[in-house]
Design a protein around this ligand. Structure first.
Ligand SMILES: Cc1ncc(C[n+]2csc(CCOP(=O)(O)OP(=O)(O)O)c2C)c(N)n1
Length: 318
């Protein structure tokens, strides 16, 4: 069977591309090739793929400090992203933004963001603008559960409901906010009730390691938003396999829980199902191609030139 014939191979390919990108980012950061901070989303790839595979090219996303996966899943060129992380002129922001400012408006990627929660109001604005233009587009705000007690969460949900904005808030609950467990951040079973209390059209909690479940939930929310039904919220339960930032030794992690989540690795869940259905060779080929693609991205990024100091004040504003 040709690669791509089984749609699960597409899911595996896209998640493997994110994994291969970030595995290299983590290694190159350790080796001192990447300036600044990096936060990877290893273990969370099914959220990025599940959500973005339910979106169209004309739809928008905003993301966070942990946004590489969302950007790749929405169509950003990993070569330009890698160059950006290395601080090179060929990068998405000409080497001046780094990991937490990756953006690519051509693909509706309105930006990573180092300020927790800040992408949510931006997504509301993008959704409203799309509605004004009658573009039929929706905006997705990816955000972590660490953002749910901040002002931007309240403002964004309140305004989105009042203005019936075509927005989907995706709360990627990876169990930790920096070094704090998510259950220490709010009381109550899940965010669903809280979201419904704001008056959102819909709110649901999904298994964030199950790419098909994430896609199905997103499709429901997106369909409602496009039909004028207003905003929804999805709480995707997943697990942050690496530390908060690269170099975090994670002394606060429960090892048994860690192993349980590793057994439910989102890539492995899809690869296992494909193997069981006789598609082991195809799955291997997809994984190998992702590794090759990202090796090439690293090579290109490292070979690219640094920005000319004369352009220091271009492309930046304060
Ligand atoms: C407004 C603001 N407050 C605090 C911080 C420091 N900070 C950076 S990441 C982070 C935790 C974010 O946790 P979460 O939203 O769950 O995302 P995750 O890191 O788990 O992906 C905090 C508090 C910040 N960047 N912005």
């Amino acid at each position: 069977m040709a690669a791509g014939a089984d749609p699960r191979l597409d899911d595996l390919r896209e998640m493997a591309r994110i994994r291969a990108f970030e595995t290299r980012v983590a290694r190159r950061f350790r080796e001192g090739e990447i300036p600044g901070f990096v936060h990877v989303s290893i273990g969370q790839e099914a959220v990025a793929r599940g959500v973005c595979s339910a979106l169209g090219e004309g739809d928008f996303i905003t993301t966070t400090h942990r946004g590489h996966g969302h950007c790749i899943a929405k169509g950003a060129d990993p070569r330009a992203m890698m160059a950006e992380l290395f601080g090179r002129a060929a990068g998405t922001c000409h080497g001046k933004g780094g990991s937490m400012h990756i953006a690519d408006p051509r693909h509706g990627i309105l930006g990573a963001n180092g300020i927790v929660g800040a992408g949510m109001p931006i997504a509301v604005g993008a959704g409203l603008a799309a509605r004004q233009r009658a573009a039929g587009a929706v905006a997705v705000a990816f955000t972590g559960e660490g953002s749910v007690n901040g002002g931007p969460f309240h403002e964004a949900l309140t305004l989105a409901v009042l203005w019936s904005a075509p927005v989907v808030f995706v709360i990627e609950n990876n169990q930790f906010s920096e070094f704090t467990r998510s259950e220490e951040i709010w009381r109550g079973a899940s965010l669903v009730q809280r979201a419904l209390d704001y008056g959102l059209h819909g709110a649901e909690r999904v298994d964030g390691n199950d790419v098909e479940a994430v896609r199905a939930a997103t499709a429901r929310a997106v369909d409602a938003a496009r039909a004028g039904g207003g905003p929804s919220l999805i709480e995707a339960l997943t697990y942050r396999v690496h530390g908060h930032y690269e170099g975090d030794a994670t002394p606060y992690r429960d090892e048994e829980e860690f192993r349980e989540w590793l057994d439910r690795d989102p890539l492995e869940l899809v690869a296992r199902a494909l193997r069981e259905d006789g598609l082991a060779g195809e799955a291997e080929a997809v994984l190998a191609a992702a590794e090759e693609e990202m090796d090439a991205a690293v090579e290109l990024g490292l070979a690219a030139g640094h920005p000319d100091p004369a352009t220091l004040l271009e492309d930046v504003y304060a």
